[in-house]
Design a protein around this ligand. Structure first.
Ligand code: SIN
Length: 292
């Protein structure tokens, strides 16, 4: 039987798991316990791991098929492994703003597994914010209204020439999407398919507007939500060491890679899980939104 030790990292979300070597072929029982801890705590952390790209892929595949990012080139031999690198001369980091990964897709990814290869001497932490806790902190009246709404998501702003994500970095090959991104509709409130817990599913990077509302009307509500959702009481913060792993649930968690280590190198590898086997992807990503 697995012998995992679990320590919570903050009140709203986050748990550090010890007593497991992710580079090994783990038993189904161990994977089930990791998965249970993941859905319960929304983001899980491991330390002192030694993952080659192949072993990170093998671990990720135990949770579902892996995503190949449409705009960020993966490793030559392993297109599902994205190298997130900031070189000393780079000004802009990747992921340096609140977002949930891949909400701009018709079927957004459910989770991301990030492994730390090389870190700056200081800084470079990642923040996480529970969008389930943020939703639960709203009044019943607003919660009920939000549950009736859908939102339009797109990579168009972030992956445009002026977008944060598409900015040139020395060691990353990131494409400018030049408008060819599509827009997809997702509910403003997602019900987690395994826990039944509801979470806000809008984010500052990829949510463009509320379906059926004008841009101005949408901005008023989205600005309120974006301000609310990053509240400190909903967050946890992870200070990485080489060999650390974070695995977060994109259905209910925002994250933010801090850019507070100018002149230093940071090198991470990410694999991104598209769907749980056997669990319907209930992101509500059901139709292409037409340009408005
Ligand atoms: C990401 O947004 O996936 C990057 C997070 C990080 O580098 O800490």
């Amino acid at each position: 039987m697995p012998n995992l030790r679990i320590r919570r990292t903050a009140g709203a979300l986050g748990a550090e798991i010890s007593g497991v070597d992710l580079s090994r072929d783990l038993s189904d029982e161990t994977i089930a316990e990791i998965r249970q801890t993941f859905v319960e705590h929304q983001v899980i952390f491991f330390r002192d791991q030694a993952l080659t790209p192949e072993r990170q892929l093998a671990f990720g595949r135990r949770f579902g098929p892996l995503n190949i990012h449409p705009y960020v080139a993966g490793m030559a031999d392993h297109p599902e492994v994205m190298e997130i690198i900031k070189e000393p001369q780079d000004k802009v980091n990747f992921g340096g703003g609140w977002h949930s990964d891949m909400s701009f897709l018709e079927h957004p990814s459910i989770g991301s597994i990030l492994y730390a290869v090389e870190l700056p001497d200081y800084g470079g932490d990642t923040l996480f914010a529970s969008q389930a806790a943020a939703f639960e902190a709203l009044t019943p009246g607003l919660r009920a209204t939000l549950e009736t709404l859908n939102a339009v998501h797109s990579a168009g702003r972030e992956y445009s020439a002026s977008g944060h994500s598409a900015q040139k970095r020395s060691s990353m090959n990131v494409a400018e999407a030049e408008g060819a991104t599509g827009e997809f509709i997702h509910p403003v409130v997602l019900t987690h398919p395994e826990t039944g817990r509801k979470a806000l599913y809008v984010n500052p990077a990829f949510t463009m507007k509320i379906e059926g509302w004008s841009t101005r009307e949408s901005k008023a509500l989205l600005d309120f939500l974006f301000d609310h959702c990053r509240g400190e009481r909903f967050t946890t913060r992870f200070a990485w060491s080489p060999g650390s792993v974070a695995f977060w649930d994109n259905r209910s968690v925002w994250h933010y890679a801090l850019n507070d280590y100018p002149g230093q190198r940071r090198h991470m590898r990410r694999v991104t899980v598209d769907a749980w086997p056997g669990v319907e992807a209930k992101t509500g990503a059901d139709r292409l939104a037409h340009a408005r």
